[in-house]
Design a protein. Structure first.
Length: 109
């Protein structure tokens, strides 16, 4: 009986890992092309604890949102650290959506 349990344990672990899924989102799977910054939106690449870490074309946002909702199902009871996200915005650089620092308007001179 002990040999059978030892044999089944790795198989059970492999099945559990396969079923648990991933909370990571690969921005490379979405359209990232752009003509200007208005074509782009920011995304998080960790569905469980995420600050914006990438930018994609706004036309791909609907598919991203569906993928994000599915990835959130894999978070379980994740406890995220209470940290502030860095202020970033989506921009367009060389025809690709990227993260950039927001432009701060200093006001009238």
């Amino acid at each position: 009986m002990r040999k059978i349990l030892l044999f089944l344990a790795p198989a059970a672990a492999a099945i559990a890992a396969a079923c648990s899924g991933s909370s990571s989102i690969d921005p490379e799977k979405y359209d990232r092309t752009c003509g200007n910054a208005n074509d782009c939106v920011t995304i998080v690449t960790d569905a469980c604890c995420g600050c914006p870490t990438a930018a994609i074309n706004a036309k791909a946002e609907q598919q991203y949102e569906a993928d994000l909702a599915a990835a959130k199902q894999n978070c379980g009871a994740v406890s995220c650290p209470n940290i502030a996200c860095q202020a970033v915005v989506a921009g367009c650089n060389g025809g690709l959506c990227v993260l950039t620092q927001p432009v701060v308007d200093a006001g009238a001179d």
